[in-house]
Design a binder for this molecule. Structure first.
Ligand SMILES: [Zn+2]
Length: 319
């Protein structure tokens, strides 16, 4: 092993939660040469500090993969490191900083708008911690490509603005289905406690904010591939083949067969409970929300998210 890790190529999965980002990461993670890391944005608090389970079901601190990555990247994980990265995140990795970061991407300098005077140094330090983590993870896994499914557009902006070569996969899903998912009462599989719920109006605003931010990232010259959740489930082989080719890998999709996929264990540090799934999963379009969600909610979401919803090919009545 050399002292300077080979730079990993970073695939960042972005989109609003409940849009299929975890499923996309799990499927892409089965392609040879790709290692899925989960939602790295939550690794510092939930993995390093709270010692929550890795996708292999070992506590983060006991997982051999993450232990090696920590040693390789930082000489070991520490509370001090996690607190420092979380403090940097609080200062630079914010949705409200996106306009400043977007200007930086086009003009090479940050725009006005509340950017702290130490902002560039903090952004560099924050991105460098991620760079070290990605490179070490790629090297430990023996994979040239790492996936970070952190979802939030602001982290993708931070990475791109700091010069990290990142390919963003922008996952979109019909906002009416996303709103239904956020509105349902669902218990967390880990502890039975209720999961966070949002009103349809609130989900609509978050859906617009995340998707418009990822659209802006593409307009600022970052490589962005948009995937519709409905296409991933309706035609998984075609959708993944196109995506894998865009990322620059040979599309070896042996794990797909008979309308499903075979998932192997993955060391994903944080994220949706689906990250623990091992074995065969079915891939069938989920249209249950059309009858389960109230017509009033569906019309409200369509009205609030139009015209972006229509741009993505989702049709619905506004009234
Ligand atoms: Zn693990």
């Amino acid at each position: 092993m050399s002292d300077s890790p080979v730079p990993a190529r970073v695939v960042f999965v972005g989109g609003l939660g409940r849009s299929g980002t975890t499923l996309l990461e799990r499927l892409l993670g089965e392609v040879p040469g790709v290692v899925p890391l989960g939602e790295v944005v939550h690794l510092w608090a939930r993995g390093v500090l709270a010692d929550e389970a890795c996708g292999c079901r070992e506590p983060f601190g006991s997982c051999p993969f993450w232990r090696k990555v920590g040693e390789r990247a930082f000489g070991g994980w520490s509370e001090g490191l996690a607190h420092r990265v979380l403090a940097l995140r609080h200062r630079v990795d914010r949705t409200r900083r996106i306009p400043v970061l977007a200007q930086f991407l086009t003009e090479g300098r940050p725009g006005d708008g509340g950017w702290p005077s130490s902002g560039m140094a903090e952004l560099s330090e924050y991105a460098a911690a991620h760079r070290r983590l990605y490179d070490a993870a790629g090297e430990v896994a023996g994979c040239p490509i790492v996936i970070d499914s952190s979802k939030h557009a602001s982290l993708a902006f931070c990475l791109a603005a700091a010069g990290v070569d990142v390919h963003v996969v922008h996952v979109v899903r019909d906002p009416r289905a996303v709103a239904h998912s956020w509105h349902r009462r669902v218990a967390r599989p880990e502890d039975g406690r209720p999961m966070t719920r949002w009103s349809p109006a609130r989900t609509s605003l978050h859906w617009l904010a995340q998707n418009l931010s990822l659209e802006l990232l593409a307009r600022r010259g970052v490589s962005v591939t948009r995937i519709r959740y409905e296409d991933l489930l309706g035609a998984p082989a075609d959708t993944l083949r196109r995506l894998v080719a865009r990322i620059g890998l040979r599309p070896r999709l042996d794990f797909l067969a008979d309308g499903g996929a075979e998932l192997s264990m993955a060391h994903t540090a944080s994220g949706n409970p689906m990250r623990f799934t091992v074995g065969r999963i079915g891939l069938t379009p989920d249209e249950g929300w059309r009858t389960a969600a109230s017509g009033r909610h569906q019309r409200l979401v369509a009205a609030l998210t139009w015209p972006l919803m229509h741009k993505y090919g989702y049709r619905g009545r506004l009234a």
